[in-house]
Design a protein around this ligand. Structure first.
Ligand code: C2R
Length: 177
């Protein structure tokens, strides 16, 4: 029998944290903070996990298999080097998976991560963003865009974000004239 407490905490999880940010290593956290900060700007506190398809394959599998049930709607996965994390998660869930290829201290400046992330076989798509910092921010915005399809408040925030972004460029251009 499910106790009232367990039932309530399950419900709580289901209602919170629609976005998960998964990194392959703690060494990815600095750059991925950009993604987390952008989500915060939209009022979203993500679930943040360090999980590796290579080093913790069992945990990666369990995370992906249980993600939808625990209320997650979009997974952002970021890794450097031979970045199989996003693909491995996508293999075990029907949730959309957004990937950010990262530049690792060793490796090939992110090209290694980009190619191992983007070249998914047909049937297991992964939405791959740009390498590094730009990709971390775009992953957050793209995830918000997915959620905004069913969330009018988020859709409004996205429209405001675009407007502000446009305004900033116009102001910089004016300052040059
Ligand atoms: P360490 O700094 O921990 O040695 O990791 C991580 O994302 C990191 O960029 C070096 C790099 O290895 C990456 N990594 C992967 C995976 N797990 C860790 N690409 C994976 O499962 O794909």
């Amino acid at each position: 029998m499910v106790s009232k407490k367990t039932k309530n905490s399950k419900l709580k999880t289901q209602n919170c944290c629609p976005i998960a940010v998964v990194v392959g290593s703690d060494s990815d956290m600095d750059v991925m903070q950009g993604c987390i900060d952008t989500l915060f700007e939209f009022g979203i506190k993500p679930v943040v996990r360090i999980i590796s398809a290579h080093r913790t394959p069992q945990i990666a599998a369990e995370f992906a298999e249980n993600a939808a049930q625990s209320g997650i709607k979009v997974i952002i996965a970021a890794a450097g080097m031979a970045a199989h994390l996003a693909g491995a998660l996508a293999a075990r869930t029907t949730l959309p998976v957004i990937a950010v290829p990262l530049i690792s201290a060793s490796g090939l400046e992110g090209i290694d991560a980009l190619l191992s992330t983007i070249e998914m076989p047909p049937g297991v798509p992964v939405a791959t963003m740009a390498i590094g910092k730009a990709g971390t921010k775009n992953a957050a915005i793209f995830a918000v865009q997915i959620l905004a399809l069913k969330d009018k408040k988020l859709a409004k925030k996205l429209a405001e974000f675009k407007k502000t972004q446009q305004q900033k460029v116009i102001e910089k251009d004016s300052a040059l004239q």
